[in-house]
Design a protein around this ligand. Structure first.
Ligand code: ZN
Length: 340
């Protein structure tokens, strides 16, 4: 009960990449870099397990960017042809690579990493992949012509990757789909279908992480435009609830998402965000319990998975560690209070 997990990313240690910076370049290279990534993943598995996190992740220690880390090994993409485009419905401008031919996956992408983390994680292991819609919103298209078609092509290769990660021992595969909060009509028209294609045939648990993003300035500014209640999920949760995906995340800590929207996920496990990623303030275990209790009004305890609102990557390492401990301790309080 109250199985804990995290959305995904964690800070890189200062010896691996510049701290408190999203998508910071590596500070090592070659074999030192490969070793450094493994050491960092090992460190975070230990810290998560010590904090009482039940389903741990590698904290994205092996990749700089959650989308491009996957795309780097995919054929059909021209990395010399960088295109400047507005992403997440023009919330940011980013320089992105360009799809110039049919996409394919000549070799496994994350297999070595998962073999390594599986060998060291003594509890549940979550593997994260970018979702097809978010990939399509983070890359320029000079080949497919229609975003829905490109998404299905990426869903196909994500499925190949996901099946392999499952075979290597992943207990849960999570697709990160922040774009689901920017293109609500597309989610219903083709986004959920692409997501289901990516998860097709998996026997392990599957999850989708949708969110209002990291606590970075562009997101803080964007959130100011969303009004006093954030109801974007209302438009997409019905289709997600009808999908085959097992778990869905939403932000509940210091968020303007009405918790009553959880009702729209009556057939899903709900990853309830109880840790704010946009604040340096460390939650107390009692605050975490309070958020869990508030969510319990709309979801029964068997379906509630305490989680972080989003990734912790841009935070100072000590803050991220303390927030993980608060998450674990708060869930333990909830177990004590709601046992039986
Ligand atoms: Zn997120």
């Amino acid at each position: 009960m109250f199985t804990t997990t995290i959305a995904g990313s964690l800070p890189k240690p200062a010896w691996l990449a510049e701290p408190e910076k999203l998508w910071a370049p590596w500070r090592l290279e070659g074999a030192d870099l490969d070793q450094g990534k493994r050491d960092a993943a090992l460190l975070w598995i230990k810290i998560q397990e010590d904090a009482g996190i039940d389903i741990v992740s590698d904290g994205e220690q092996f990749r700089t960017h959650f989308v491009h880390g996957f795309l780097e090994r995919i054929d059909g993409i021209d990395w010399q042809r960088m295109t400047e485009m507005g992403i997440r419905d023009n919330r940011y401008v980013a320089k992105v690579p360009t799809v110039t031919g049919p996409v394919s996956r000549p070799n496994p992408v994350h297999s070595d990493e998962v073999r390594f983390t599986r060998a060291h994680a003594s509890k549940g292991l979550k593997c994260t992949l970018p979702g097809p819609m978010t990939i399509c919103d983070t890359i320029a298209d000079a080949h497919y012509g229609k975003r829905a078609d490109m998404a299905m092509a990426f869903a196909e290769i994500l499925n190949q990757e996901a099946r392999e990660l499952e075979a290597l021992g992943a207990d849960l595969i999570q697709f990160d789909e922040p774009a689901f909060n920017a293109f609500m009509n597309d989610v219903n028209e083709w986004g959920v279908a692409a997501l289901e294609r990516a998860a097709d045939g998996l026997n392990c648990k599957t999850a989708v992480h949708i969110c209002y993003g990291y606590g970075i300035q562009q997101n803080i500014d964007w959130k100011k435009t969303l009004g006093s209640e954030w109801r974007q999920y209302e438009q997409t949760f019905p289709a997600i609830n009808a999908s085959k995906i097992d778990q869905v995340s939403l932000e509940c800590a210091n968020s303007k998402v009405p918790l009553s929207l959880i009702r729209l996920l009556k057939d899903k496990a709900v990853m309830v965000g109880v840790i704010d990623v946009a604040s340096l303030e460390i939650e107390t275990p009692e605050q975490v319990l309070g958020t869990i209790d508030a969510a319990l009004e709309f979801v029964d305890k068997e379906r509630l998975y305490p989680c972080t609102n989003c990734g912790l990557a841009p935070l100072p390492r000590g803050v991220a560690e303390a927030k993980l401990r608060a998450l674990g301790a708060g869930a333990e309080l909830a177990r004590g209070k709601h046992a039986g």
